[in-house]
Ligand binder design. Structure first.
Ligand SMILES: Nc1ncnc2c1ncn2[C@@H]1O[C@H](COP(=O)(O)OP(=O)(O)OP(=O)(O)O)[C@@H](O)[C@H]1O
Ligand SMILES: [Mg+2]
Length: 595
């Protein structure tokens, strides 16, 4: 057995009890159908005997028998559908959960290398392919075997083995035909779906971006761009249809051939008196019941092949272990004091890229504040993200309380380091739920705690101003916060954690300078005794830090206190003077308005 098949069998095997019970009911249903055919044959023979002077048959009993069997078939069908389709949905649910949980365990680096759209394809296409095999594939496969074997056995035992053999020959062409045609059809269907994806992407982009399109007078070009995708979809669809329309006639031809053989040869056998007329009628029903299993086999093989390929893709994904994980024998941290140190920290996002950080040394004693300044792309966020191991720093370069962060238990490290990331992601939940998002407390945050954090972040007043206050929904189903409001909600979300180390990655860039200074001043008592890393573009935000580091191109180019950096009259001092001037202009009376 190939490993792909083994994996699929193991997956389906988890629900073997339900599948086995489903197979029993399938057998009951198929048996009922075969019995109906057999009973009808008998009734015809009884009628025939009566016509040639025999006793009058009790046709009511035949009728009741057929009715009883039909009811049994219906009951059995209900049971097997429930059992087999139900287990396929369980398999699907379990896989989807496993995929979700696995993706959650993956690191930021993993997401640099995999596009969200590609990952979503696992959740839709691949899981769907497996579900199709677990439902339709298993059902048709089991049914084909049971019904096919049953019908063939009835032919051989109750009718005539020679007749059975003769009609089977054309039917043997059915499985390879449906298999090959089905494969082609699927391949083309995949192309059609991809083309439709492109088409809807383009439509969506043009509609969402309609203001830009109009603003740049691009209507005609965008229409042509869309038209191209539209035509491609049509032509691929037409190509698929060619296989689709070939499907039914090919099958009808082979089934028709089998019936023709049955009719000719079977009729001869009746004339010769080898079989009865009733048996001949029953035979035609058995034959009809044999066509579907032969058809199904090719189709089922396709379904299983697709499911095997999809499962193999999923298994490969499941086999990628999270690269940021607890080292063997990781150390528990206990209550962190918050002494941070970086020793020659050098970090590249990819081996072939230049370093985003290059030999950065930094020592922040517990409870102190360090300010990090630097132009865009200088490596500030990179540094911030390496502290709680969003990305793994190299060993021996980042330490918390003297322990290499790579050797700390991840849970403990992340509990100790609260970060306000530069990108302000909020969930489509209430504001209160967003602020109380962390799970470190091991309990629900109280409303008072939430309000206290919001006050510290200076967003309480804004929140009170919304009609639903803290219960206001955010995102698609709710309101949209301004950039500055988002940033302060994110700040509150970090402050509520009460962590010994706080990292603020440019988290007030969207509020004005004065508000930023006011918020930071009000945070003073909260920050006392905590280790704080403040990243900012504005000198005013970090001039009170115990040490200020200026980064450029991943390297520390200046360091010192506000006073010493001003005295050194380097880049920091220049920046300070420029920003001072800007602030003065901002607050000076508008030209022409005074005097
Ligand atoms: N995910 C990534 N993959 C590859 N390179 C990256 C990635 N993120 C950042 N970089 C690169 O690393 C360097 C530092 O980026 P970083 O985000 O740390 O800058 P920053 O100082 O925070 O800038 P800003 O002030 O704009 O936030 C940049 O050259 C950037 O292009
Ligand atoms: Mg940044």
């Amino acid at each position: 057995m190939s490993p792909e098949l083994r994996n699929l069998v193991r997956l389906l095997g988890r629900r073997r009890g339900r599948y086995a019970a489903g197979a029993v009911f399938l057998a009951i249903g198929d048996g009922g159908q075969l019995a109906v055919a057999w009973l009808i044959g008998h009734a015809i023979d009884a009628v025939g005997a009566a016509l040639s002077g025999g006793p009058r048959p009790d046709l009511d009993r035949y009728g009741l028998g057929v009715l009883g069997l039909a009811m049994m078939v219906v009951g059995a069908r209900f049971a097997w559908r429930h059992l087999i389709f139900g287990s396929s949905r369980m398999i699907e649910r379990d896989l989807r959960q496993r995929l979700h949980d696995h993706l959650q365990s993956m690191s930021a680096r993993f997401y640099l290398r995999h596009k969200i759209g590609d990952l979503m394809a696992y959740a839709t296409n691949d899981i769907q392919a497996i579900q199709a095999a677990a439902a339709g594939g298993m059902m048709s496969g089991l049914d084909a075997v049971i019904q096919g074997a049953g019908a063939a056995a009835m032919m051989v035992v109750f009718v005539d083995p020679r007749l059975a053999g003769a009609t089977l020959v054309p039917l043997l062409f059915l499985p390879p035909t449906t298999y090959l045609l089905g494969r082609q059809l699927h391949k083309r269907y995949g192309a059609v779906q991809a083309a439709f994806g492109t088409l809807s992407d383009r439509a969506q982009e043009n509609i969402a971006g309609v203001r830009v399109v109009k603003g740049f007078a691009r209507e005609a070009q965008q229409a042509a761009h869309f038209g191209e995708a539209n035509e491609r979809y049509r032509s691929l669809y037409a190509r698929m249809l060619r296989y689709d329309v070939a499907f039914d006639p090919a099958i009808d031809l082979m089934a028709g051939l089998a019936f023709a053989v049955g009719l000719g040869y079977g009729g001869t056998l009746v004339m010769r008196g080898d079989i009865t007329l009733g048996a001949y009628v029953s035979f035609n029903t058995y034959l009809a019941m044999l066509v579907w299993p032969m058809l199904a086999l090719g189709w089922v093989m396709n379904l299983f092949q697709r499911a095997m390929a999809s499962l193999a893709r999923l298994e490969t994904l499941f086999a990628t272990a999270p690269d940021v994980a607890d080292a063997p024998g990781a150390v528990a941290l206990g209550a962190a004091r918050g002494h941070l140190s970086l020793r020659g920290l050098t970090f590249r996002y990819e081996d072939h890229l230049p370093p985003a950080l290059d030999g950065v040394d930094l020592d922040v004693p517990a409870g102190r504040t360090v300010g990090i300044l630097g132009r865009t792309g200088s490596g500030k966020s990179t540094l911030a993200n390496l502290l709680p191991r969003v990305f793994d720093p190299p060993r021996g370069q980042v330490f918390l309380d003297g322990v290499d962060v790579r050797d700390l238990r991840l849970d403990d490290l992340r509990r100790a380091v609260a970060i306000v990331p530069q990108d302000t992601f909020l969930f489509s939940r209430t504001i209160a739920e967003n602020i109380a998002f962390d799970a470190f407390a091991g309990r629900e945050r109280t409303h008072d705690e939430i309000v206290a954090a919001a006050r510290l972040a200076d967003v309480d007043r804004d929140i009170q101003g919304f009609p639903a206050g803290y219960a206001t929904m955010l995102g698609e189903r709710g309101i949209t916060l301004s950039g500055g409001q988002r940033q302060r909600v994110c700040l509150a979300r970090a402050l509520i954690r009460d962590a010994p180390v706080l990292v603020l990655d440019d988290c007030l860039s969207a509020v004005d300078t004065l508000t930023e200074s006011r918020i930071l001043a009000a945070l003073g008592p909260y920050l006392a005794g905590r280790t704080t890393v403040i990243i900012a573009h504005r000198v005013s935000a970090l001039q009170h830090a115990d040490e200020i580091v200026v980064l450029d191109d991943g390297r520390v180019v200046e360091r010192g206190t506000h006073a010493s950096l001003l005295a050194a009259d380097g880049e920091y001092a220049q920046l300070y003077r420029r920003q001072q001037l800007e602030a003065e202009l901002e607050h000076a009376p508008a030209v022409g308005a005074g005097a």
